[in-house]
Design a protein around this ligand. Structure first.
Ligand code: SF4
Length: 104
């Protein structure tokens, strides 16, 4: 009787370990996929200096102090790339009217 209970206990413990390991593997896979979604600096022609008045610190994708939501690697706040999105323009997309025109 005691051996039967111990066996059931061990099976339940093993099941829990396998479920936890599976969940951990799934989380790791998803996290890696998200991390891999960033674009290379080369693909967007990233440069470490501004293009006129366009620079990363004025871009909606910029994450201070030196990262970007879209582009991989260290990003200079004074840099620039082809997918630059001005902060002002991105704020218009958040408007409640659905109209993307400039209200000014
Ligand atoms: Fe990222 Fe914008 Fe700089 Fe391009 S311009 S690297 S999208 S912060």
């Amino acid at each position: 009787m005691t051996q039967s209970i111990n066996r059931r206990g061990r099976r339940a413990l093993l099941r829990r370990i396998l479920v936890a390991a599976g969940a951990s593997a799934l989380f790791h896979t998803r996290y890696s996929a998200i991390a891999a979604l960033k674009i290379s600096q080369k693909a967007v022609a990233y440069q470490d200096h501004p293009e006129g008045d366009k620079r990363c610190e004025k871009c909606a994708q910029f994450q201070a102090p030196n990262a970007c939501k879209m582009v991989d690697g260290a990003i200079n706040p004074q840099g620039y790339c082809r997918i630059f999105v001005p902060i002002r323009q991105s704020m218009l997309h958040l408007g409640s009217t659905g109209d993307y025109s400039d209200p000014v």
